[in-house]
Ligand binder design. Structure first.
Ligand code: ARG
Length: 434
């Protein structure tokens, strides 16, 4: 027996069904909770505008509650032959309650149903991402404070350049995450708008109370124009993907640095043996596979906005089934990003930082600018001081004074970590308040 909501008495071809349903039966499970919440808000509103009686609502709401419980305790499944989560919920209601179950779809389409589900889902996922970013941020900030006096070489062109420090290095990634958090917040605000009531994409002749469902679902505002509401499918995903890509770019960069500083030729940092991996042939190896996998995953995540752009470029206005495929791309990505962030926190919690790295004579030239500046402070014009130190280097008679005194805002001696923490706090508050 065919189980499509749109069944009109003929049995659809099995292979067509499988091809079009794709991964939905599995992916839609992540939307189930939101689908039920969307339906609860919708029918509460239907009662208010007279399309359901109070008695009907009193039967429907507890049945939806029950489905919500089955979702939360992992019992909810999308049965074979059922197209998606929206169909499954309606079938369950109808099977349990008979005709009254068939009433919940008035003034609604799966097109706005899936949109509501997605917006609620993305809101929660972005919040989880924000929390994971904050965990890494806190970890980096405390490492920055802990190791603020440990100097390391700074490089430009991969050539030894100027003194840097572990305080600067850890702290840099913390502050960089605040920029990414701006992207997370922007995506959150885009997702936090109610598309319910746009129905198939052009609204309904029922007097739907869209302000009411907006309030019931806790959205910041309705997506007013029904066509704009439907256009937000794709737009929201692209915003989410940009946020994910931004965080991934920072984390991928950090993972690369870790691999480099772990390299035996640098050996600035190390990890306990049990957090490294080995080689099947070279008995001495302690490899940074964790950070390589992290770098690879983060690089792959940065392809997300591009994948979505290509998938959705030049689609005709209104719903098109292509949009379904975005779930295949974005859903696993939110999980993967959070796993990478948490793994970074776990690993960095065990990092060991080498002391006195700059005592090695190979880093002597790192102090040339310090010495130029010392001469300038003694009254010599900068260009003359530069030439004096430059000639000493050229003629191999340069001897570093090894004194590092950086005091301005954001430098080795004045990391401004407290100010950076305020930035992050402000952004987290914005996300939490909505
Ligand atoms: N699985 C579909 C999706 O994700 C649900 C909406 C189906 N709408 C339709 N008109 N076929 O887009």
């Amino acid at each position: 027996m065919a189980k499509q909501l749109w069944n009109k008495g003929f049995e659809p071809d099995k292979s067509i069904e499988e091809f079009t349903v794709g991964q939905d039966r599995e992916l839609d499970l992540r939307l189930a909770r939101y689908d039920v919440l969307g339906s609860m808000a919708h029918i509460t509103m239907l009662e208010k505008i007279g399309l359901l009686t109070q008695d009907e609502l009193d039967i429907l709401l507890p049945a939806l509650e029950e489905i919500l419980e089955s979702v939360d305790n992992g019992e909810f499944v999308i049965e074979d032959g059922v197209e998606d989560v929206h169909s499954q919920v309606e079938f369950l209601l109808t099977a349990r309650l008979g005709d009254v179950g068939k009433k919940i779809h008035s003034g609604r389409s799966r097109n706005d149903q899936v949109l509501v589900d997605l917006k609620l889902f993305f809101r929660d996922e972005l919040r989880r991402i924000a929390e994971a970013v904050e965990r890494l941020f806190n970890c980096l900030q405390s490492l920055s404070e802990e190791h603020k006096d440990k100097l390391m070489p700074g490089y430009t062109h991969l050539q030894v350049a100027m003194p840097s420090s572990f305080g600067l290095w850890f702290g840099a990634y913390a502050e960089s995450l605040t920029d990414d958090m701006q992207m997370v917040l922007a995506a959150y605000n885009i997702a936090n708008q109610n598309p319910l009531g746009s129905a198939a994409g052009y609204g309904s002749s029922f007097p739907l109370d869209r302000e009411m469902t907006t309030e019931l679902l806790g959205f910041a505002n309705p997506h007013y124009n029904v066509v704009a509401a439907q256009m937000s499918r794709g737009k929201t995903e692209r915003a989410v993907a940009s946020a994910i890509a931004a965080v991934a770019s920072t984390l991928g960069h950090l993972a690369m640095d870790v691999c480099q500083w772990m390299c035996n030729n640098f050996a600035f940092i190390s990890f306990p043996d049990e957090l490294t991996t080995g080689s099947s042939i070279m008995p001495h190896k302690k490899n940074p596979d964790v950070f390589e996998i992290m770098r690879g995953k983060c690089n792959r995540l940065q392809a997300l906005p591009n994948e979505l752009t290509v998938l959705t470029a030049n689609l005709p206005l209104g719903y098109n089934r292509d949009l379904q495929l975005m779930k295949d791309i974005v859903f696993p990505a939110t999980t993967e990003l959070i796993e990478c962030l948490d793994m970074a926190v776990y690993m960095l919690g065990n990092i060991r930082v080498k002391d006195n790295i700059l005592d090695d004579p190979r880093y002597d030239y790192i102090f040339t600018v310090e010495d130029v500046n010392r001469l300038v402070l003694e009254g010599m014009p900068f260009r003359d001081a530069y030439r004096e130190v430059g000639m000493a280097v050229q003629e191999k008679r340069y001897k570093p004074t090894r004194e590092v005194k950086h005091t301005h805002l954001g430098s080795i001696g004045n990391l401004a970590n407290d100010k950076i923490a305020r930035k992050m706090e402000g952004l987290m508050k914005e996300i939490e308040k909505n």
